[in-house]
Design a protein around this ligand. Structure first.
Ligand SMILES: C[S@@+](CC[C@H](N)C(=O)[O-])C[C@H]1O[C@@H](n2cnc3c(N)ncnc32)[C@H](O)[C@@H]1O
Length: 257
């Protein structure tokens, strides 16, 4: 099976993130951490003024770039997210669109920045190709994404409760590497772990960041009290806490064209 090409329902993704927009910033701790690191990676290079924040969400990183005097385009699939970004005056321009088909001219950006968004694409190589197309020669692309192994504790626990698919499949590191191979690139992997005293806040935090939409199939079964306690029983504990780990890949691509 070709794992790079998925068949995602973009309207459903837009709806899931749109619903999450109002509470997103209060729960998106992982995105804040990875976004900070991604900014550091981008700032290590001498970049120009025009920044695209692809899959901007509520625009927290668009705003960070804007504060640094950059001219920022905030782009997202979800109208609800974009509206939130606009209310915060996070960027200079707002574009509702798909990062796999960017409605932007080639070579029009100095920096293409995308924090934890490309994992929602159908095809990682085509998203990267689009980033490359719109970034000028000498410009920079930085992105972060989730890799295989993320949420493994939850996956393991669900497997002991039922046979349904509850967790998205994330690309193996090798596949992410292949998508970057045509370009001069650097990949960095980091593991992040979050700890929760109980299972319900852990599940709510995933819901709060819109991450409960599945690429393949549908999540089945209502979360009854009985299922929740079966899941909690099966969940591997870490010093009594419910831990959730994420394998994050950071990509830095130099546009040599
Ligand atoms: C996990 S959020 C990350 C948001 C933001 N980058 C941050 O750091 O907080 C992922 C965002 O990507 C957006 N998204 C998903 N697929 C997309 C696509 N194909 N094109 C544009 N945006 C997309 C979602 O609507 C969501 O706002």
């Amino acid at each position: 099976m070709d794992l790079t090409v998925k068949s995602v329902d973009k309207q459903a993704i837009a709806n899931a993130f749109g619903r999450a927009a109002s509470k997103y910033d209060s729960v998106a701790k992982l995105q804040q951490q990875t976004g900070e690191y991604l900014m550091e990676l981008a700032q290590a290079e001498d970049i120009g003024n025009r920044v695209l924040d692809a899959g901007c969400g509520t625009g927290s990183f668009s705003a960070r770039w804007k504060c640094q005097g950059k001219q920022v385009i905030a782009l997202d699939l979800a109208e609800g997210m974009l509206r939130h970004a606009q209310e915060q005056h996070a960027a200079d321009y707002y574009l509702q669109g798909d990062m796999e088909h960017l409605g932007l001219a080639e070579n029009s950006m100095d920096l293409c920045f995308s924090n934890l968004a490309v994992q929602w694409c159908n095809d990682l190589p085509s998203a990267i190709q689009e980033f490359y197309r719109v970034t000028r020669p000498g410009g920079l692309i930085v992105f972060s994404t989730l890799a295989q192994g993320s949420l493994h504790e939850l996956k393991t626990a669900w497997e002991q409760v039922d046979d349904y698919q509850h967790i998205n499949q994330f690309l193996p590191m090798q596949t992410i590497l292949q998508a970057c191979t045509p370009y001069r690139h650097k990949l960095i992997t980091r593991q992040y772990c979050q700890y929760y005293p109980q299972l319900l806040p852990l599940l709510n935090s995933l819901k709060g960041i819109g991450a409960t939409h599945l690429h393949h199939g549908r999540q089945r079964g209502l979360m009854t009290r009985k299922r929740l306690s079966a899941l909690a029983e099966a969940y591997p504990r870490n010093n009594g806490s419910f831990s959730l780990s994420y394998q994050i890949v950071f990509g830095v691509i130099d546009c040599d064209k």
